[in-house]
Design a protein around this ligand. Structure first.
Ligand code: ADP
Length: 179
């Protein structure tokens, strides 16, 4: 599914984030940047050890929830990996909406700072961190749409959803948003 926001494209695909041929992919990391399961495991396995070497060297304190840091992408097709730390779902009482939105906008800021024209996101926080996918889709797609409307960059933002259910949830939200 593809919509346009001004001159930019906002796209949903079902697939594996590590296979995307874009300038930057986003990793759903944890605050220690210590590696983990899900997207994090897949990104580090596909990218190789240079990613962890760089995060250990440049970000020994890790990264705050709601923020993101950039590294090179090692063996991946992308040039950069943006390691974003999403919130753990705490029933909606832990400022999760703001923190999740902030992950997406910080990654888009990093894209602009690094001259990145295309960026692929996974559904941050919707795995081990347990964020309800419908709510995550609403927050993330709304945040990205607002950023693109205001900044008109990067030219392509792709959401890469791993499962049918996650793809469907995001497609429903995007249809409503543009409908
Ligand atoms: P978090 O800890 O932020 O919840 P996870 O990696 O556990 O991160 O899950 C985030 C989302 O990424 C989940 O919806 C999960 O299904 C999905 N996912 C897992 N592996 C991949 C992958 N290789 N590519 C894209 N999405 C993935």
């Amino acid at each position: 599914m593809l919509v346009t926001v001004g001159a930019c494209r906002l796209e949903l695909v079902q697939g594996d984030i590590t296979h995307q041929e874009v300038d930057a992919i986003v990793n759903a990391a944890n605050s220690a940047l210590a590696g983990g399961s899900g997207v994090d495991g897949a990104v580090h396995e596909a990218g190789g050890p240079s990613l962890m070497d760089q995060t250990r060297r440049e970000f020994p304190e890790g990264c705050e929830t709601g923020s993101a840091v950039a590294t090179a992408a090692g063996n991946l097709a992308a040039q950069f990996v943006f390691h974003a730390v999403g919130p753990v779902w705490r029933g909606g009482h832990g400022d999760e909406d703001r923190l999740l939105r902030s992950c997406y906008s910080r990654c888009l800021e990093l894209a602009v700072e690094h001259g990145v024209e295309s960026v692929a996101f996974p559904a941050i926080s919707t795995g081990v961190f347990d964020y309800p996918v419908d709510l995550a889709a609403e927050a993330s797609l709304d945040e990205v749409r607002q950023f693109l409307e205001q900044r008109q960059r990067p030219s392509l933002v792709r959401f890469v959803l791993f499962s049918d259910g996650h793809f469907g949830a995001h497609a429903r939200v995007l249809e409503e948003m543009v409908g």
